[in-house]
Design a protein around this ligand. Sequence first.
Ligand SMILES: Nc1ncnc2c1ncn2[C@@H]1O[C@H](COP(=O)(O)OP(=O)(O)O)[C@@H](O)[C@H]1O
Ligand SMILES: [Mg+2]
Length: 263
Amino acid sequence: MPKEGEPALTLKELWFRYEKDSPDVLQGVNMQVPMGSIFAIVGGNGAGKSTLLKSICGICRAYRGKVEIFGKNLKKYSNTQLFQGCVTMLPQDPKSLFAKSSVRQELEEMDASASAVEAMAATCQIDSLLDAHPYDLSGGEQQRVALAKVLLTKPRLLLLDEPTKGLDGFFKERFAGILRALTRQGLTIVMVSHDVEFCAEYADLVSMFFDGQILTTTTPHRFFGQNSFYTTAANRMSRCVFRNAVTVGDVMELYERNREGTQ
Ligand SMILES: Nc1ncnc2c1ncn2[C@@H]1O[C@H](COP(=O)(O)OP(=O)(O)O)[C@@H](O)[C@H]1O
Ligand SMILES: [Mg+2]
């Protein structure tokens, strides 16, 4: 859960466009991410969510406004300071990070000692895959290998672009378990996602990105409970019976409670 104190990330009036004469993708984005939280951003296709992540880590350079990471202006970080021990991004396609013929080599490439590689493999639950070829793995396994690889840079802020794309329910849950354990150790996570069920279940805060801006930021319960368009299947199906049930777990619990009440 978020801790008190300094936010991990602050965006102030951030503006970005790809070309001088092309439309603004970011139109004055304001956002504050509490330390140690999982912060989810949802929004339509082509809305600019990936661009937003890229402008947080400096791949896209905003032409107006400010990015502050752990209280320091992004512009004041050198690339080494930024990408070794501070910020990292897991791209939408994990395969784009792979160039070696075994998982172990992929991890060792990150200047990590053998013991650090083993420890990270345990954290990301890929111990049994170290000698496999990265391209022989399933989508969920590739995702965890890619996560292990970026985590070896020891980030304090992790950016995830559509992390559950192509994962089935089992792998999603496993992936979420790893993310939760990492935030308990102090990592802050910002993810953009289409996956409303995943955000409802695992995010601490959810933001709506629309029209180049962050519109609302609130808890998943408030966000999905009060939203008729961006909401979970559980909320859509139970809305006529329960107010603000957002996850399958919520519906089950309310159902049990009501059943007990009528017996
Ligand atoms: N490298 C690029 N050059 C020019 N325009 C781009 C580039 N990447 C994305 N865009 C445009 O910026 C807008 C936002 O894209 P993106 O950030 O990928 O949205 P999302 O991740 O929400 O689907 C889209 O109109 C897209 O076409
Ligand atoms: Mg995208």
